[in-house]
Design a binder for this molecule. Structure first.
Ligand SMILES: [Ca+2]
Ligand SMILES: [Ca+2]
Length: 223
């Protein structure tokens, strides 16, 4: 009995060990596809004053889960693919009809910062375009606004943003994020917006990151 049990246990252990070893290697499937590992992922940190949604290579990756306050950081992990087209819609708070916030009493300001992995960061090399301006001229007493239709395919890889302005960089003291997270989660990144941090309220940012010759370790059998 004891010997039989020992043999069965040993067999089970060998089976588990073999399976585990195969998983660690990232077993090649019959199609030759290698599974991604946790170590293939990179962290993404995003902060928007007040809200954002993020697309990478045409796919929705993250949405700010809190739409106005508090000012919060969203962190997700992604499997990077290059070339990488990043598209962000960022919204400052404020009513659609006035551009004002806090019961129509205040002209709020915006701000956006992002870091992917160790070296993809927001800065003036990003493209930016505003789609919601107001209150026009900063007139709080008689607030009027201008909305521009947002193209349906603004997050698509092939969307043409060549006519857009470059993003404007802002200092941390101008954006005034709550807390000191910018030094840690966003080292090397700049706060960006369009040219008007106060009156431009809905911004789309776009950036294409090239990594010539880059191949993912996973799915290599497909390429
Ligand atoms: Ca504003
Ligand atoms: Ca704001």
């Amino acid at each position: 009995m004891k010997l039989n049990s020992l043999i069965l246990s040993t067999c089970a252990l060998l089976l588990i060990s073999t399976t585990f070893a195969q998983n660690r290697r990232g077993p090649n499937t019959p199609e030759g596809i290698v599974k991604p590992r946790l170590s293939d992922t990179v962290p993404v940190n995003i902060y928007a004053d007040n809200w954002f949604k993020l697309y990478i290579n045409g796919k929705l990756v993250a949405v700010d889960s809190i739409d106005f306050m508090p000012h919060n950081v969203i962190s997700v992990d992604i499997l990077p693919e290059y070339p990488m087209t990043i598209a962000v819609m960022a919204k400052d708070g404020g009513y659609a009809k006035t551009g004002l916030e806090y019961n129509n009493s205040n002209i709020g300001d915006g701000g956006f910062i992002l870091k992917i992995g160790s070296d993809i960061v927001t800065d003036a090399s990003w493209k930016a375009k505003n789609f919601f301006y107001g209150p026009i001229g900063g007139d709080k007493a008689n607030p009027r606004v201008q909305h521009i239709d947002i193209p349906e395919d603004w997050y698509a890889i092939n969307f043409d943003d060549s006519s857009w302005e470059q993003a404007t960089e802002y200092s941390e003291s101008a954006v005034r994020p709550r807390g000191t997270f910018a030094e840690t989660d966003f080292d090397g990144a700049k706060f960006i917006w369009t040219g008007d941090l106060d009156l431009d309220n809905t911004i789309i940012f776009r950036k294409r990151v090239e990594r010539p010759g880059w191949k993912p370790r996973w799915n290599v059998g497909e390429r």
